[in-house]
Design a protein around this ligand. Structure first.
Ligand code: OOG
Ligand code: MG
Length: 257
């Protein structure tokens, strides 16, 4: 049997992102399962590396019930981050470069010495050098922000852009910190880091395990986004977005067009 056209699907999704034009869901039609979807993601990210981008980290997706419920997919997923996706803290994104961008509050880790895949993160402060509040801008390349599990994996888990706030040393507890998302000074979402797999540190174990299954090893110096603590909120032009995480501080961005 001839399998799905991995390169062709990656090209379709890459073009959708490059031209900020939504595409139809394609997993069901092309017979894409989870493993093939990660192969598409690899090819899609390779397309970016071929034009000079660098891998700078990994992101988790759907590590909270709020996110799973919002998109109707209930499995933890992971994707890749490249240098051009990073926006400086307080920087500006152009919404015209995206299809239907949404923002969500996250916790970021700066990775240090990592255990082998399959080995649990024993001493978290050994594996993680610093922690920061973060904002992820997600932008599904599928029409209506609607997708199946293999669709969203193939689409690099809707990764669009991200902002990291100031790094701090790892505090004693990370499992029950208040999280706020503000748009133009108004509260848009409220949550807790407990929403992220009970404790965002668990997201790192999951990331090491799940990426390891596909031969991807996390590296020292990489950024790791643990997944959103709340549902995501549409990003319109001319907005000021702030994510606040108790004890860690604030990350912010502006949107223009
Ligand atoms: C998938 C990406 C999910 C998160 O933090 O849960 C994600 C999506 O919602 O489009 O990044
Ligand atoms: Mg996210």
């Amino acid at each position: 049997m001839i399998g799905p056209d991995i390169a062709g699907i990656a090209e379709t999704l890459g073009t959708a992102a490059d031209t900020a034009t939504a595409t139809a869901q394609l997993a069901a039609e092309t017979g894409l399962d989870v493993d093939a979807a990660y192969a598409v993601q690899t090819a899609l990210v390779q397309r970016r590396l071929d034009r000079g981008e660098r891998l700078v980290g990994l992101k988790m997706g759907l590590t909270s019930k709020a996110k799973m419920a919002q998109v109707g997919v209930d499995e933890v997923i992971w994707g890749r981050l490249t240098d051009t996706m990073r926006i400086p803290d307080g920087g500006t994104v152009d919404v015209a470069e995206f299809i239907h961008p949404r923002v969500e509050p996250e916790v970021a880790f700066l990775l240090d010495r990592l255990p082998e895949p399959g080995e649990p993160v024993g001493d978290f402060t050994d594996a993680v050098r610093a922690v920061a509040p973060a904002i992820e801008l997600i932008d599904s390349r599928y029409a209506n922000f609607t997708f199946s599990l293999p669709d969203v994996i193939a689409d690099n888990t809707s990764a669009g852009a991200f902002v990291i706030g100031p790094w701090s040393p790892v505090p004693d507890g990370l499992d029950n910190l208040g999280v706020l998302l503000e748009i133009d000074g108004r509260l848009a979402q409220v949550g807790s880091t407990a929403a992220i797999l009970g404790d965002p540190r668990r997201a790192l174990d999951e990331g090491i395990r799940l990426a390891g299954r596909h031969g991807v090893r996390l590296r020292s110096g990489w950024v790791f986004l643990a997944g959103a603590a709340t549902a995501a909120v549409p990003l319109r032009a001319g907005a000021h977005v702030r994510a606040v995480v108790e004890k860690l501080g604030t990350a912010s961005l502006r949107s223009a067009s």
